[in-house]
Design a protein around this ligand. Structure first.
Ligand SMILES: Nc1ncnc2c1ncn2[C@@H]1O[C@H](COP(=O)(O)OP(=O)(O)OP(=O)(O)O)[C@@H](O)[C@H]1O
Length: 234
């Protein structure tokens, strides 16, 4: 798809302060349709804050957000309606509900069980549909969390540290899912092999400041990034 138009999500000069702390300092990022965009950086760099801005949990002090060229004021309860779905760090399921019902919670109103099963199947957890999240191993619960986000067929999927706590095989599965999803993805992740293998473009934050934006190859070879982060993470 063309990237010269204004489709997709665009963050322009976003600044967020928590009291005296500058959590995001003039951050701009374009997430064009069909692209997988990663956000990396050391702990406390502002990655989750950036996600919270796009989700409407944090309102920036300055800057603008547009969705398909139109001004966008994110609100958490309207994300689905705007075609955006987000997974949480770790897993955030309702333990009193079955896996199937947990997935249906993330679905638009008229979504039937068939659609929920389809996405559970795709995530390899359909056999657990009538079980409860708390009874499943962590990796399976993370798959349920993904299914819950995917069932809404979002135009933009936001993944917050999806590889956290997963083993190599699970991460390889996740990489395959992201590559094959044919979806716009915004990914916050510390696992560099995953980031480098699935992202088209990567934004690097350090103390809230954007220090680099480029392809995985450009980021890997950027001395600023190595100094701030990759030297320690790789
Ligand atoms: N609600 C808040 N109130 C005050 N400070 C906050 C709040 N949320 C985040 N911060 C601070 O803002 C900075 C950025 O935090 P953020 O969680 O966005 O970083 P991060 O890059 O996601 O870190 P991590 O990799 O550890 O998840 C940190 O210094 C953090 O302590």
């Amino acid at each position: 798809m063309s990237t010269s138009d204004n489709s997709g999500l665009s963050l322009q000069h976003i600044t967020v302060r928590f009291g005296g702390l500058l959590a995001l300092d003039d951050v701009s990022l374009r997430v064009s349709p069909g692209r997988v965009v990663g956000v990396i950086g050391p702990n406390g760099a502002g990655k989750t804050t950036l996600f919270n801005v796009v989700s409407g949990f944090v309102v920036p002090q300055s800057g603008a957000i547009t969705l398909d060229g139109r001004a966008f004021r994110p609100r958490p309860h309207q994300l689905n309606r705007n075609g955006i779905a987000r997974t949480l760090q770790g897993v955030g399921q309702f333990n009193g509900m079955t896996v199937l019902d947990n997935v249906l919670v993330g679905a638009p109103k008229r979504t039937g069980e068939d659609a929920a099963f389809e996405v559970l199947e795709r995530c390899g957890v359909a056999e657990h549909a009538y079980s409860y999240p708390a009874l499943l191993p962590y990796a399976k619960r993370k798959r349920v969390e993904l299914a819950r986000a995917l069932v809404a067929r979002p135009r933009i999927l936001m993944l917050d540290e999806p590889a956290g706590g997963l083993d190599t095989d699970e991460i390889a599965w996740l990489a395959e899912l992201i590559r094959e999803a044919d979806m716009t993805v915004l990914l916050v992740e510390h696992h560099m092999d995953l980031v480098m293998s699935v992202c088209d473009e990567i934004l690097v934050l350090d103390f809230g400041k954007p220090i680099a934006l480029g392809t995985p190859g450009e980021i890997r070879n950027d001395p600023k990034v190595t100094d701030a982060y990759l030297g320690a993470a790789a």
